[in-house]
Design a protein around this ligand. Structure first.
Ligand code: THU
Length: 133
């Protein structure tokens, strides 16, 4: 079901700028209207300015006026290797950004040995920061 989305994440990973870590990540974000926004990690010589693939995709989509999302596919591995043996889980910063826009039905799709693994967002982030108390 999410094969196409994972393929888009793989294609996006090819554009990764990861000169410092050598770890290339690609993401593909599915909007509820069917549109897909992709992103890759973009590193910087001032390391902390690096942007993760997931946030690149989300920021691209939001900056184009989209705010309803269904799922995100993420793949990552060392740049020289196109094999996705282990799942590349989104980091905490990306999960926090997802929490701003994505409901609990939102799904995160990862690849492991060529197979899609599907998680509900709140499995990966059961508690979120929320100042609206
Ligand atoms: N990275 C992502 O693109 N997404 C994540 O969720 C975690 C890490 C990137 C950042 C950096 O360029 C590289 O992976 C190694 O940490």
């Amino acid at each position: 079901m999410y094969k196409n989305l994972l393929n888009k994440a793989r294609e996006a990973r090819e554009k990764s700028f990861c000169s410092y870590s050598g770890f290339a990540v690609g993401a593909a974000l599915l909007c509820s209207d069917g549109e897909i926004f992709t992103g890759c990690n973009i590193e910087n010589i001032s390391y902390s300015l690096t942007n993760c693939a997931e946030r690149t995709a989300i920021f691209k989509a939001v900056s184009e006026g989209k705010k309803d999302f269904t799922a995100i596919a993420v793949v990552g591995s060392v740049k020289s290797c196109d094999c996705f043996e282990s799942q590349c889980f989104p980091c905490g910063a990306c999960l926090q950004v997802m929490s701003e826009f994505c409901g609990s039905d939102f799904e995160v799709i990862l690849a492991e040995h060529g197979e899609a693994k599907v998680y509900k967002f709140n499995e990966l982030m059961p508690r979120i920061f929320d100042s609206k108390f």
